[in-house]
Design a protein around this ligand. Structure first.
Ligand SMILES: [Zn+2]
Length: 395
């Protein structure tokens, strides 16, 4: 049993709390708790407690550098070990991985879940659906045969969409992921084939028929409108690096809001490629769009696209929060997004996202108040996952 006493509550001056953690669960969170004699006690006086952070968009099989192949299988690369330790070091106790080697990732998810290997708990989509010849198979994956076998399903074959989605669902995935994109990021500004809107709709409907939500990757506003029309639950990205289409009208914002989709802007992944040779800058328009969506009350997740080049695991979530802050979102709202909204996106809001009694014992102690300055999320003193200390900088 672990007790954390005298922890300050961000944004609530003078309010301190004591948390009692046992069996991986928050048993109590209150100002006035009798501390059992057998408990290990941490005095968090002067520190701030927040729920474990969640990265809503990563690629656990990826690599953030170009010096070795990305997306190798789990036992062929040390990227998985690096990803696991980096996430926990940076306070990221849960992630949603959005396209990787499928079978490999599902077994990885289950091993972390059973406690066999340390790492962030994860939800995953298994193989993703895209157009033949399209992004990312023909672009960043460079038509790799192993990846084709493990990770990619070509959806634009009229007679198989429903069966393909059923097959992915049977693997035990947590959600379905579709790519609805046209930019060739490797041979820019070439366009690559994209599935039709009708095909996208059939994917979403098949996901729902299987009781699964559907995440749709888009490159810009027009594709986002099609995703909203198709009934996407999650829209990944808003404006891609290299997009020439960067502005959202009020009608577009309303349409997304009415659709109920959660939008994940993945700002840091766009910023890192915004200066690429030949790419028009989309950064100012992206910031404006994020502010528009926030002001309209559209739920937004906090995801990084970590695991792609220049977007390392763990630390990038703090960079993403800094980008959201630069776009004008208040720190307290960003904290809400990276915990509560992200827990919902993972389908785990009954277990994660707040420090209520009964939820999983994932929490961080910070040296300064993140509701005043979101950069305080980097000031990590302690990370607890499932009631166990996984990162300790208390001395
Ligand atoms: Zn991604």
């Amino acid at each position: 049993m672990l007790v954390i006493k005298n922890a300050a509550v961000p944004g609530s001056p003078g309010n301190v709390t004591t948390l009692l953690l046992q069996d991986g669960i928050i048993q109590a969170n209150d100002t006035d708790i009798e501390i059992p004699a057998e408990a290990s006690v941490i005095n968090a006086q002067g520190l701030y407690v927040i729920p474990g952070l969640i990265d809503a968009h990563t690629h656990m099989g990826g690599s953030s550098t170009f010096d070795r192949p990305s997306c190798g299988l789990r036992h062929e690369t040390y990227d998985y070990a690096l990803a696991r330790s980096e996430f926990l070091k940076w306070g990221v106790t849960s992630v949603r991985t959005c396209g990787d080697q499928s079978g490999d990732m599902i077994s990885f998810r289950d091993e972390v879940r059973s406690g066999a290997v340390p790492g962030p708990r994860l939800t995953c989509c298994g193989p993703f659906l895209q157009a033949a010849g399209g992004h990312p198979w023909a672009t960043v994956y460079m038509k790799d045969p192993e990846l084709t076998k493990q990770a990619v399903v070509f959806a634009d074959q009229e007679d198989t969409i429903e069966r393909q989605v059923d097959r992915i669902a049977e693997m035990g995935v947590d959600f379905i992921k579709a790519f609805y994109a046209h930019i060739d990021k490797v041979h820019y500004p070439t366009a690559v084939p994209r599935m039709t809107k009708g095909q996208l709709r059939r994917i979403v409907e098949s996901a729902h028929r299987n009781g699964l939500p559907c995440a749709v990757h888009v490159d810009g506003p027009a594709e986002m409108m099609d995703a909203a029309d198709a009934g996407a639950d999650f829209i990944e990205h808003m404006v891609a690096a290299g997009s020439t289409e960067t502005k959202f009208t009020d009608e577009m914002v309303k349409k997304v809001k009415d659709s109920g989709a959660v939008v994940d802007p993945t700002m840091i992944s766009i910023l890192r490629f915004d200066q690429s040779p030949g790419f028009p800058s989309v950064w100012e328009d992206l910031k404006r769009a994020v502010r528009q969506f926030h002001d309209a009350g559209i739920p937004m997740a906090v995801g990084c696209d970590s695991g792609i080049p220049f977007v390392p695991f763990g630390e990038s979530l703090h960079d993403e929060m800094a980008c959201l802050s630069e776009a004008g979102i208040p720190a307290s709202d960003i904290l809400h997004m990276v915990t509560r909204t992200n827990a919902k996106v993972l389908g785990l809001s009954d277990q994660l996202g707040t420090l209520e009694a009964g939820k999983k014992a994932d929490l961080l102690l910070l040296g300064s108040d993140p509701s005043k300055d979101i950069r305080s999320t980097r000031d990590i003193r302690l990370v607890v996952q499932d009631g166990h200390i996984v990162t300790d900088r208390m001395v």
